[in-house]
Write a protein that binds this ligand. Sequence first.
Ligand SMILES: Nc1ncnc2c1ncn2[C@@H]1O[C@H](COP(=O)(O)OP(=O)(O)OP(=O)(O)O)[C@@H](O)[C@H]1O
Length: 596
Amino acid sequence: MPQFISKLLYLTKGHHKSLLVIAFLLLIISGLEVVGTAMIGPFITVATNPNIIKTNYWLGLIHNQLNFVSEQYFLIVLGAVVLIAFYIKAFLSFEAQKAVFQFSHTLRGDLCHRLLKTYLEAPYSFHLRMNSATIIQNVITTTEIVCINVVMSLLTAVSNGFIIVALTLLLIKTSALAMLQIALLLPVLVGLVKLLKSRLAFWAQEGWSASKEIIRILNHGLGGLKESRVIGCESYFVQQMEQQTNRLAKNFSLNASYGNLPRFVIEAFMITFLVSFTLLYVNLNQGQGQNLTAVLGIFGLASIRLLPAISNLIGNINTFRPNAFAIDKLFFDFQEIEKSKSLSTGVSYRVNNLLSSSEPLPFSAWKQIVLDKISFQYPDTERKVLDEISLTIQKGQSIGLIGKSGSGKTTLVDVVLGLFLPQSGDIKVDGVSVYEDLRAWQNLLGYVPQSIFLIDDTVERNIAFGVPDCLIDLDRLRRAIEIAQLSEVVEQLPDGIKTVVGERGVLLSGGQRQRIGIARALYHGRDILVFDEATAALDTETEQLVTEVTKGLSGNKTIVIIAHRLKTIEHCDRIYQLDRGRILKSGTYQEVVLGQ
Ligand SMILES: Nc1ncnc2c1ncn2[C@@H]1O[C@H](COP(=O)(O)OP(=O)(O)OP(=O)(O)O)[C@@H](O)[C@H]1O
């Protein structure tokens, strides 16, 4: 329990003040609930037997102290007090409920964006291990479970708990006999709740896992639509989806219906109590009908409030307990990412402001980059993928990386891009380690991956990726389009740069997507452009165009190209050939490729 509370406090940080206000409000409401209900007894007694004012000490005292002119007037004031207490309570209950809803939904929004920020800032290696379906599910579904099923249920449970305790105290005071009867029925109820506990938790977990599978099937089915269509395996995904939706429906409906079972049992119990109590009371207190009326009045009204409060409390417990695992999941991800952020450095590099880009660039007037004995090993593997790689890049140079598949080219580029931090070695710009300010280093880099990620938006927004519309520099955009040899393509599009390219750029050819990737790197005006097999998706003609683009850029930009087709790196100043994580050969194109 203390662990659960500390995790909950961690996830709700920044909202603790609101939590205290809500708790205080709930406490006042339960107080008013008792005052109002407690006044019902005297009100009924005075209404049915005004003489009681003379015989009852407290009623007589109030009547005499406040100088009521008549008993009728006293009854009216008593009624008014009951009404006022209930009206204030109704108003405050509404406000408290509003506050609980507001709190839970605000917390959900907050967790969604905190989680997204955490995932975006997480080390690249975390994403290699994590399935995107889990991340999507955590941001959308798990945050909802935490805020609505756990936090909201917990708050309403606290509210119901306050009301139950307060009304129970009142009932004990009104008739200990009646309370004893209720207490005898209680163990049956507690037993039932205990019996259901593990089943409810199992059904909730199963439902949650089915919903994760549903996202995964959607990702796989729609992500590989072209392949599915050609192979003709659409029914495979439909069948998988059917299995999972059935699993989801079965488990969530079982969870919801059995979660409500105690409510029906309580209703039956309460009626059993009212009938048996009346019979018992009549037998034990012959001729005291007025007292019975007052006691039953209080019990009747209290049970109107108590019944739903108890069944709601059980419902709340049955909702939050089986869903408490969601707290663990979010807490684990927040902690895991924090941990891997500090572990992934390996050495004491200072990695600053990974996401902020407004920093001035300390490396802006750079002349030389030195990779100094870079070694890297993927987590949980035995072998070094990069083994003491050292190389020097002068400003304006074009560098070609070649080597057999699996020799470590992509990994080396990923280390240069700051996606992986090496276990040993350093990257220095004019003698200063880039890990002193990784963000500033990354601000020098433009990256054209083999498969360009395009958003389902306009050409303009795809090129000026991540820049708000109002800040897009149209001149720079035009220049990037020209250099990337995209002008003709854009002219032919129905809405020019405002044409929407479709999800993942389905409306464009492989070569056009590649050129958008190049234009994107150029638009952002980075000094160093890294091309990862950038020509792999191109036909020979476009390959030539792109090679011309990179050729045209050499001298102005520093370029690093991973190439499989040796033709694309003919113009490079220096070629490095990698083999099993080491540099096998380096020199000019003639020296390394032609062996002259
Ligand atoms: N996430 C990973 N976890 C563990 N090992 C990996 C991971 N990614 C790559 N490797 C291994 O690292 C080695 C180098 O891979 P890398 O992708 O850098 O080679 P490459 O030269 O770029 O190959 P290719 O030309 O085929 O893209 C390979 O043996 C590969 O199996």
